[in-house]
Design a protein around this ligand. Structure first.
Ligand SMILES: Nc1ncnc2c1ncn2[C@@H]1O[C@H](COP(=O)(O)OP(=O)(O)O)[C@@H](O)[C@H]1O
Ligand SMILES: [Mg+2]
Length: 402
């Protein structure tokens, strides 16, 4: 019998007659896990979520969502027991726990030796250097004096980063002088060494999004432009307008090479700084190994969205085509703003922009919190500004109220 050759653990939900579907376990119940659910439903997979708390936003959309601490090995172990593959909504699961689970036979994707490059920016910088890919000037520093020495060599300002645990600009600080370096002394109490980087004079930020399977199939989406406001992704335009074809090709090749050489599985975003006049035209900022905010445009704007691709990749299925469905696709985030009752603004937002595809994360509204995004696919005659304006109009109506 077919299923006897390939036993599955999620028999209760995953077995339909003689056909057995896989169970995917996601550690973390934020919006990324939530947005994997429709893709899982479409393909007939079961998605389970290890939730941080009963009220995180993926819980209402999956049937099985135990609440537990992802830093606790026993909790991870019992969650992993029922799943065919374990993957992630965030990068904060202790690497050693994942190694322990693998030793016990759990199928963890991406594997911890790849994931560490998204967990630790110092490890990532060293890996990029080893691969001969473009890094900003950087150093591991253990004291304000070492930051000052770096700034004196490479020029001020410099950017100081917590290597672990940062997100949305938390854990990133611009230092203008040696005095600022002294004032940052408290950061060393939280973590040491820290990462210091040159302050890159980039023209804009880009994102090279790829997916790779354990068997080694890999695909890249068109490189997108990402607009960051106060360290938080605000808008993404794909493909990146006016990006020279050789820079696009080199950025895509770099992301695929990173994925291959580091053994990444699932979706990976390489955040890039565009640096015209400084070969090869970009520097690598950081890596994320999961679906990424800069890839939300693919949900409506690409043949295969990043959430579907992530599930296919971690299950070692063939990957889907990644071409864009419009000449220009814009994603605009909406963060918590004046409007507490998001749905009350839907009639106005949807009426104002019939091309807008709204994705709401089911989160309570708090200032600055990522609570949803809007995708707009441009028509062939649209210019970039018009498509951006449509996405922004819809997002702002929801954020600020009608
Ligand atoms: N070396 C740098 N030079 C200039 N800007 C930087 C540098 N590093 C980070 N930034 C800015 O800070 C943002 C957040 O930094 P990043 O390392 O991506 O942290 P996070 O993990 O919070 O996303 C970047 O998107 C970019 O806008
Ligand atoms: Mg970043």
């Amino acid at each position: 019998m077919k299923q006897a050759q390939k036993p599955r653990t999620g028999e209760s939900f995953g077995t339909l007659g003689t056909v057995t579907f896989p169970v995917i376990g996601v550690v973390g119940g934020g919006q990324l896990a939530r947005m994997m659910a429709p893709a899982a439903v479409a393909l007939g997979f079961e998605l389970r979520v290890l939730a941080e708390a009963p009220d995180v936003c993926a819980v209402p959309v999956v049937a099985t969502a135990p609440v537990g601490d992802y830093k606790d090995l026993e909790t991870l172990r019992s969650f992993a027991r029922g799943v065919d593959v374990l993957t992630f909504d965030h990068e904060h699961v202790p690497n050693g726990h994942l190694q322990a689970l693998i030793a016990e036979g759990v199928n963890v994707q991406p594997r911890p030796d790849a994931l560490v490059n998204a967990q630790d920016k110092l490890v990532m910088r060293a890996a990029i250097e080893r691969l001969g890919l473009p890094n900003p000037a950087w150093a591991a520093v253990s004291s304000p004096a070492e930051i000052a020495a770096f700034g004196d060599t490479h020029g001020w300002p410099v950017v100081l980063k917590m290597p672990r645990g940062g997100y949305d600009g938390k854990g990133v600080k611009v230092l203008r002088s040696a005095a600022d370096a002294d004032a940052a002394a408290d950061w060393f109490e939280a973590m040491s060494p820290l990462l210091v980087e040159e302050m890159v004079a980039f023209s804009r930020e880009l994102s090279a999004l790829v997916a790779r399977t354990p068997s080694g199939e890999a695909r890249a989406w068109p490189v997108a432009e990402s607009v960051q406001v106060d360290g938080v992704c605000d808008e993404v335009i794909a493909p990146a307008p006016g990006l020279p074809t050789e820079v696009e090709a080199a950025a895509e090749a770099a992301a695929l090479r990173i994925a291959n050489e580091l053994g990444v599985t699932g979706v990976m975003a390489a955040e890039l700084f565009e640096t015209p006049g400084r070969a090869p035209g970009f520097l690598i900022n950081e890596l994320a190994m999961r679906p990424h905010n800069t890839g939300h445009w693919t949900m409506d704007g690409s043949v295969t969205g990043q959430f579907e691709q992530h599930l296919r990749a971690v299950l070692d299925l063939p990957l889907g085509a990644t071409s864009a469905l419009g000449s220009i696709v814009v994603m605009k985030n909406f963060l918590g703003g004046a409007n507490q009752d998001l749905f009350s603004a839907y009639p106005a937002a949807l009426a104002a922009e019939p091309t807008a595809k709204v994705h709401s994360y089911g989160k309570s509204v708090r200032p600055g919190r990522k609570i949803g995004h809007v995708n707009v696919i441009g028509s062939p005659n649209d210019d970039v500004a018009a498509v951006r304006a449509r996405a922004t109009t819809a997002a702002n109506i929801i954020k600020d109220g009608a």
